[in-house]
Design a protein. Structure first.
Length: 152
């Protein structure tokens, strides 16, 4: 697996990234029993309009197996989305992508949110050292868990 910088503005990568995002968030929607996850409903134009930095995990066949996107300031890195192809789950792709973002974050604080009921994602973040900051109901009935990586 190769981790590279990518952009949804690139064709045909943008369409591939959108398809991957929809497939990954469909899995989360099934896990949390709620399909109101905003990235699940984005168009390619919506995806391209997001002010995000992206890394992609490319498999040995040159296909996009996963991706991570984040926003950053001088003080903080906010992991906005982590997506892995449903056929590539449990292979360490998500872990590798998050660890690359952590390496790029340096000493900045890193935060992430996921569906409260998304046990696989929560387990991943907790195993990487993230601490639960709290749970928030973002829209009626849809809860997210907010995490932060303690700074040293």
């Amino acid at each position: 697996m190769l981790i590279i910088e990518i952009s949804p503005a690139d064709d045909p990568l943008g369409s591939e990234l959108l398809a991957l995002q929809k497939a990954a968030y469909a899995v989360e929607a099934e896990i949390i029993q709620d399909d109101r996850i905003p990235p699940l409903h984005e168009s390619l134009a919506d995806l391209r309009a997001q002010p995000l930095l992206w890394l992609g995990a490319v498999d040995e066949d040159g296909r996009l197996a996963g991706a991570v996107a984040w926003e950053e300031t001088d003080d903080e890195v906010d992991v906005n989305r982590l997506i892995v192809h449903p056929g590539a789950l449990r292979r360490g792709i998500g872990r590798a992508l998050v660890k690359e973002v952590l390496a790029r974050a340096g000493t900045r604080r890193v935060v992430v949110s996921t569906g409260r009921g998304n046990t696989p994602a929560r387990t991943l973040y907790e195993r990487l050292g993230f601490a639960l900051r709290g749970e928030v109901e973002v829209i009626p009935g849809l809860w997210i868990a907010d995490y932060a990586l303690p700074t040293s």
